[in-house]
Design a protein around this ligand. Structure first.
Ligand SMILES: [Zn+2]
Length: 411
């Protein structure tokens, strides 16, 4: 089965060879072809270029893209979309003046989500989660990482990871599973963080590895959650099972999480709303991708990751949603790129690079996704008729997507 997209107003993110990521000044460049065609065979991109007469009659299916842009799908390298129930009451509490930390101290926050999840069946959890996955796919997300971390008991963490595995089996997009047992200290281990870390390392990790349920390991490295010492213990344990770290660091405080992540060869360090010059130097000498989560900053009214500082220092940057019930009840990558441009002063080129090619790196799928390259998977966004790609972040809140293709098939 071959499909040809013809009369494409502009084909974005065309890369002749597979590059892993773009950093610093390179992020300003978004290669593209105007008046282009794109040829797909089964699930793979096999050819593209400037429109010419040979484009006609060579494919089983022809899609006319006059006035429309084609680009790789968004890649969301950081989500928590498997969760039970919602937390709109805490949202109202925050409007009325409580902080995220105060809500957590009153038994709300992650621990609240954990209680709901523990009391939800695996089947019901799957049903709730697949609705969210289908929603974000329609919004242009063509690959997604999903974390555990709302279980906080061995049984409930396994339940979450099995739901992620089922999503991976049922849907055709790449799904990566991250074990985030160390997301918060559960009530049963109050004032005994070390005891909980023991359980994460000695009970949960071996069971998860035994069923091959996780690709990566994560921890919420933050004051009031888990220390640098806890972080190093968990990452060292994960390493034994071949799980690379992707970790939550520097959301509220700088406690050394970036250095710990780099020390354990983290694929990504995520959040970075606060970051020191020292952290930037450490990242420069690493293979670790910094990931910003602007929808979280928006929802919590906390500082945005200083993208300009990172990019101008020569670093790469990826963007993701952090879709979760507490701090980011939205998985809309279009809103993420708008917010990155509006609030973080990223250019549209930088934001699109951050949400495609660099995001693929942060998810560990750069070889097969993230750009229009021969041999890569045909996970594509076809926009509505829009004046230019700058219109995507500019017209925030508007859905500019006509259709989404996963492995060459329209969803
Ligand atoms: Zn997160």
């Amino acid at each position: 089965m071959t499909t040809i997209f013809i009369n494409i107003k502009e084909l974005l993110q065309t890369r002749t060879s597979t590059i892993e990521k773009v950093s610093g000044q390179e992020m300003k460049i978004l290669p593209s072809i105007k008046n282009a065609y794109l040829l797909v065979k089964d699930d793979e991109i096999i050819d593209y270029g400037v429109m010419n007469d040979t484009c006609f009659g060579i494919a089983d299916e022809v899609i006319d893209c006059t006035g429309k842009i084609v680009m790789p799908t968004w890649i969301d390298s950081h989500t928590h979309i498997v969760y039970a129930g919602n937390r709109e009451q805490e949202f109202v509490d925050r409007i009325n003046g409580l902080t995220y930390e105060e809500i957590a101290n009153r038994g709300g926050g992650i621990v609240n989500s954990a209680e709901k999840l523990q009391n939800t069946s695996e089947e019901d959890l799957y049903k709730q989660s697949k609705k969210r996955l289908e929603e974000v796919m329609q919004l242009g997300t063509g690959a997604v990482e999903i974390k555990s971390g709302y279980g906080l008991t061995p049984e409930a963490e396994m339940k979450m990871l099995r739901v992620i595995r089922k999503l991976k089996q049922e849907y055709k997009l790449p799904v990566k599973a991250t074990f985030l047992g160390a997301h918060a200290v559960p009530k049963a281990f109050k004032n005994n963080t070390a005891g909980y870390i023991d359980q994460v390392i000695n009970e949960m990790l071996p069971a998860i590895a035994n069923e091959n349920l996780a690709d990566y390991i994560d921890i919420f490295c933050e004051k009031g959650y888990f220390s640098i010492e806890d972080t190093k213990r968990v990452l060292a344990a994960g390493k034994k099972y071949g799980l690379k770290p992707k970790i939550h660091v520097n959301q509220f405080n700088i406690i050394g999480g970036v250095a710990a992540g780099v020390e354990y060869n983290a694929l990504s360090v995520d959040h970075l709303e606060v970051i020191s010059d020292e952290d930037i130097e450490i990242l420069k000498n690493s293979e670790t991708m910094p990931v910003a989560l602007p929808s979280c900053s928006y929802f919590l009214s906390i500082p945005y990751t200083p993208a300009r500082k990172l990019i101008d220092a020569g670093l790469p940057l990826a963007l993701a949603t952090d879709f979760n019930p507490g701090s980011t009840p939205s998985g809309n990558m279009n809103f993420v790129i708008s917010t990155a441009c509006i609030k973080m002063k990223m250019t549209p080129e930088e934001a699109i690079n951050a949400a495609t090619i660099n995001a693929a790196y942060a998810m560990g799928i750069a070889e097969s996704h993230g750009s229009i390259t021969v041999g890569k998977k045909a996970n594509l966004i076809l926009t509505k008729e829009i004046p230019s790609y700058g219109f995507l972040p500019y017209a925030f809140g508007t859905n500019n997507i006509d259709s989404v293709f996963i492995n060459g098939k329209k969803i």
